[in-house]
Design a protein around this ligand. Structure first.
Ligand SMILES: *[C@@H]1O[C@H](CO)[C@@H](O)[C@H](O)[C@H]1NC(C)=O
Ligand SMILES: *[C@@H]1O[C@H](CO)[C@@H](O)[C@H](O)[C@H]1NC(C)=O
Ligand SMILES: *[C@@H]1O[C@H](CO)[C@@H](O)[C@H](O)[C@H]1NC(C)=O
Ligand SMILES: [Cu+2]
Length: 353
């Protein structure tokens, strides 16, 4: 509990710094105010769909994930995060209430995936880019989501959780509703593939427990993830409508693409706070980011279009391109939303193929 409070203070301190930075940029002229003035990258990392990678490329990526899971954490501000990988998960747990159902949901997660990709290359010598998982290809296929290549025990991330191998914690500190834990989704431990019996130290929810990687694949999410659902999402004309439908928010009665993907994988991935404990989180969010990029490219005016509130609690303020995306101290530099909008401009420099 004391550690949680310390983390919260740390986070509030960061928010204060952000406020100072934001007011400073508001009063000084910004040469990059004009979006069209942004330089383009000289080279782009090519993010590919998981099934189009060669077996060697798949292995290199999985090895890089395992490498991040074995590298020590660099920031002592998260005592529970022992590995570099866990540092990313810890920061998502800490900030989840501030980065979902807000205007910067898509920009924040774009930055987060990009910094994870950067950490793999900087700390682990990974040479590739973060792949994405286009689940619509599996949801459209008669074989369905349960036969997706990502579940392969040899060339993928391993398959479903084994029923009866995991029990959710209970006790006076555990409130499933407050922690957004869906018990039915925690089917069991993943026992095949590269993450068989892999140990997580963070989650589920806001808990910090030592447990196996849990999944509970829910193939019934296919209607939320097929190409019809993607086309319907992309048909929304304003960023405001598009981001709400893509994310899927509590007031919507059905899961949308983003929420649908989290719930289809289930277990740790289904949790609002601790989901990045599941390595597929980054392939799922890569695809969410790709769909946003597709939407952005449909009209020139969409490249820098943002909207939405900056917090989920009053007083409400609308985000602008100057709004700072917080990344803590260890994941990488915090940047204004403007900097992540064009993935072909620095500091992004990647594309989807
Ligand atoms: C659990 O959390 C929910 C939502 O925050 C709250 O309404 C409920 O009262 C809590 N239950 C207990 C037993 O504390
Ligand atoms: C995972 O743990 C279970 C239970 O301890 C054990 O039966 C199983 O052999 C382990 N699997 C691997 C791949 O280590
Ligand atoms: C935020 O923007 C919406 C329109 O997108 C507008 O109705 C609302 O008044 C704005 N809120 C504030 C606090 O500026
Ligand atoms: Cu998230």
């Amino acid at each position: 509990m004391r550690a949680t409070i310390r983390l919260l203070f740390h986070f509030l301190a960061l928010l204060n710094i952000a406020a100072v930075v934001q007011s400073a940029t508001a009063t000084s002229p910004d040469p990059e105010k004009s979006p069209s003035g942004k330089p383009k990258c000289s080279t782009l990392l090519r993010r590919k769909e998981w099934r189009t990678l060669s077996n060697a490329e798949k292995k290199n990526y999985i090895d890089a994930v395992k490498c991040l899971q074995s590298r020590p954490a660099v920031n002592p501000a998260f005592p529970e995060a022992q590995s570099r990988y866990e540092e990313f998960q810890a920061y998502h747990m800490l900030t989840a209430d501030f980065i979902h159902a807000v205007g910067h949901f898509l920009p924040w997660h774009r930055r987060y995936v990009q910094l994870y990709d950067r950490a793999m290359r900087k700390d682990c010598g990974y040479k590739g880019a973060t792949p994405y998982w286009d689940w619509s290809q599996d949801a459209d296929d008669a074989a369905g989501l349960t036969s997706a290549p990502v579940w392969d025990p040899v060339t993928g991330f391993g398959g479903n959780g084994v029923p009866g191998t995991y029990t959710l914690p209970t006790g006076p500190d555990v409130n499933f509703t407050a922690m957004r834990i869906f018990p039915a989704s925690f089917v069991g431990c993943v026992q095949d593939g590269p993450f068989a019996n892999h140990t997580l130290r963070l989650g589920p929810g806001t808990l910090k427990t030592t447990h196996c990687l849990v999944r509970g694949i829910n193939a019934a999410q296919d209607v939320r993830l097929n190409s019809k659902a993607v086309a319907w999402t992309l048909s929304h004309q304003t960023f405001e409508d598009f981001r709400i439908q893509l994310e899927g928010q509590p007031f919507l009665t059905e899961f949308r693409l983003h929420d649908g993907g989290h719930n289809m994988i289930g277990g740790d991935m289904s949790n609002f706070y601790s989901s990045p404990g599941e390595p597929l989180f980054y392939l799922h969010h890569g695809n969410v980011d790709r769909i946003w990029w597709q939407w952005q490219q449909m009209l020139p005016s969409r490249l820098y279009e943002v909207s939405g509130r900056s917090t989920t609690t009053p007083p409400f303020r609308n985000i602008t391109l100057d709004f700072i995306i917080e990344m803590g101290e260890s994941l990488g530099p915090s940047v204004p939303i403007r900097d992540v909008m064009d993935i072909h401009s620095p500091p992004n420099c990647y594309t989807y193929v």
